[in-house]
Design a protein around this ligand. Structure first.
Ligand code: MG
Length: 109
């Protein structure tokens, strides 16, 4: 499955764009689900002594899927293709790597 295909699939379970406060809902949903990923790791540190053999990868994958859903639907709301976002990101990182600034700071380096 390519990313645009996933994005089209995610939209089948999304609210209509014109629903009141839909953009804010999507932004908060993305950050909330990202927080749920972080929460899994917080509990892993607290309860599993950061033992990687005890990471519940299937549970984390479900939360990463929720992040992906909100990312896909938010991107669509902004008329952005998930494929294009991914391609642009890889191009940016490759350029930084070739110029030796991968570990620097600043969004536009
Ligand atoms: Mg979730």
């Amino acid at each position: 499955m390519d990313l645009d295909e996933y994005q089209r699939g995610a939209l089948r379970t999304a609210a209509p764009r014109d629903k009141k406060n839909e953009l804010l809902h999507l932004v908060l949903g993305l950050t909330g689900e990202s927080g749920e990923v972080a929460e899994k790791f917080k509990k892993w540190i607290r309860d599993q002594d950061s033992d990687e053999s005890k990471l519940d990868r299937a549970d984390i994958a479900k939360e990463l899927g929720d992040v992906l859903w909100y990312l896909a639907v938010l991107a669509d709301y902004l008329n952005l293709s998930l494929d294009d976002i991914a391609t642009t990101n890889l191009t940016k990182l490759s350029s930084r790597q070739h110029r030796g600034v991968l570990n620097g700071s600043g969004d536009n380096r």
